[in-house]
Design a protein around this ligand. Structure first.
Ligand code: PAF
Length: 266
């Protein structure tokens, strides 16, 4: 396992791997890896010859009142988990390496896909995500990049950005990994007290209620969340695509914001 913190070194390793005929897999993370991340790393390790994991808590995607400072960090632990899941490289740059000139003057905005749902509740969030993902794609070069479907809107934003800007990157969406009670795995789950943790499973129950009552899915999801006093609903939406309805939900449990979604085939 190689742990790199400089852009040049990381780029060189991936260029060398490709020159040796290796297919490169990329898993972008903000660290504090959990089983959701390891499922992405394992899939990349199965499908590619070399898997690189990036660990970078990207300040651009946090709003002024969000949890940038308290976002959990433990790079040593991340390196051990990434190695165990099959990664060969961890790229964990400091903020000054990624944004050496201080304020970033270039920003990527993916219109339409970024709007509504998370985009409405967290203004600027997807510009920050699209900008850092574009930068990491530009650094990494041609590869397959693995993203979790838990961040459903983020995946749509990244797909559209990569297509519009012709990045030589295949975007692979991977299924959500859940705890036994259905709670989607998230680095933010560590913020939940035991009582909040129990209450948080209502999100998955709400999605299931919506899936069994598609005609009034929004109301069914909202009614289910309302049964749990520790959880405040931000939104419950249904996104229709060619082959499915995607139920999408976001809620606050204390000061922790959780998102989740569930696809129902047409
Ligand atoms: O999903 C995440 O962890 C982040 O939004 C990402 C894609 C690593 C960009 O910072």
């Amino acid at each position: 396992m190689q742990v790199l913190d400089r852009i040049d070194g990381f780029r060189k390793e991936l260029d060398t791997a490709r020159a040796d005929g290796k297919a490169v897999g990329l898993v972008l993370t903000m660290g504090y890896l959990h089983d959701g991340h390891t499922s992405l790393i394992r899939r990349s390790a199965e499908e590619c010859d070399l898997t690189a994991v990036t660990v970078f808590v990207n300040p651009l995607q946090f709003g002024a009142n969000e949890d940038l400072d308290r976002y959990p960090r433990d790079v040593e632990r991340d390196v051990a988990i990434a190695a165990d899941a099959g990664a060969e490289i961890v790229f964990a740059p400091p903020v000054e390496e990624m944004y050496p000139t201080g304020p970033v003057l270039t920003s990527i905005h993916v219109a339409d896909v970024s709007e509504g749902m998370e985009g409405a509740v967290r203004p600027g969030h997807f510009d920050g995500v699209a900008t850092v993902v574009a930068k990491l794609f530009a650094i990494a070069g041609p590869c397959r990049a693995y993203f979790g479907e838990k961040d459903y809107q983020q995946l749509a934003v990244v797909r559209r950005m990569a297509a519009d800007l012709s990045f030589p990157v295949d975007i692979v969406g991977c299924p959500i990994v859940r705890e036994d009670d259905g709670l989607a795995m998230s680095s933010r789950n560590v913020f939940l007290s035991p009582e909040q943790r129990r209450a948080a499973s209502v999100l998955y129950r709400a999605l299931q209620a919506g899936a069994t009552d598609l005609g009034r899915a929004r109301q069914a999801m909202a009614d289910t969340v309302a049964e749990e006093p520790l959880v405040q609903l931000d939104y419950a939406e249904v996104v229709e695509t060619d082959n499915e309805y995607r139920l999408v939900i976001a809620a606050r449990v204390g000061t922790t914001r959780l998102i989740d979604n569930l696809g129902v085939a047409k």
